[in-house]
Design a binder for this molecule. Sequence first.
Ligand code: HEM
Length: 280
Amino acid sequence: MKARATTGARFAVSSGVSLLSRGLWGLVAVGGLLWVAYIAVFYGGRALLGDWWAWNAILRNLHREGEVAANLGIGVHLAAGALITLIGPLQLLPSIRAAAPAIHRALGRIYVFAALAAGIGGSLFILLRGTLGGAPMSLGFGLYGALVTGAAILTLRYARRRDLQRHRRWAIRLFALGVGSLLYRVEYSLWALFTGMAGHDDETWRGGIDLVMDFFFYVPTLAVAELYLRLPPTDARPPWLRGGLVVALALGGLLGAVGLALATIAWWWPPVEAVLFAPS
Ligand code: HEM
């Protein structure tokens, strides 16, 4: 009787973990679509209208007349970043890998080259123009660019060598890095909700929280990816770990959903609305 109860509870927790993981996947996919819609309509729309100056509405240093290489660098990084954000969640789907490996490989190549383009384009911008937050932000974003570029190269190398174990590990690290740019805005939105943006300096981007965020948008996701890669197989997980996973996934999902809603309402919709409904 007791053994059946334990098996039942174990099953309930395991299916809870898989349900929550699917939920989190869905949240990242929807979040990515909203983020890419913002990039496409605001940055893409303004570019199509030839209104490059409007790129400075969110971050005042994104476009400077005559500085072609830096302008091109950030432009390429935006387009490539949007591709990474859209393709990333699809590459994680076992169903696509099993049913259509050719599609997984084709999307994988686009994903890896987009990661290289975002990393190199963003780094070129940092080297030629520097970031709004000065040296600390340039260091944080520069390291981010180097990690994205390195993980992309290793993901492709091990796929080519048919070393699928290592390919999978680097692909998971690349995905964790890829969602970093989305999390940057989601985390700032949650910080605004809970603290009213305490420690943020809108002029210098060198307030206490800004210095933390220069690295915090990708270091914890990499740490989560490393933890995930070291998780024991499902049936070898002790009860405390199963329970902990349910709590972590549920909390992550809840905070993620709230942060995403806030980032969409406060950060992404207004510039999109201005492009879509601007008086002609
Ligand atoms: C992974 C996908 C990425 C996406 C979707 C993305 C998207 C964006 C967007 C939309 C902005 C403009 C700010 C805003 O409107 O909120 C931005 C700014 C920026 N991104 Fe990325 N990015 C990505 C990856 C990277 C990488 C890998 C680097 C590193 C080299 C990077 C470096 C920068 C820099 C330097 C800025 C400008 C900061 C400033 O104004 O000083 N991004 N990014």
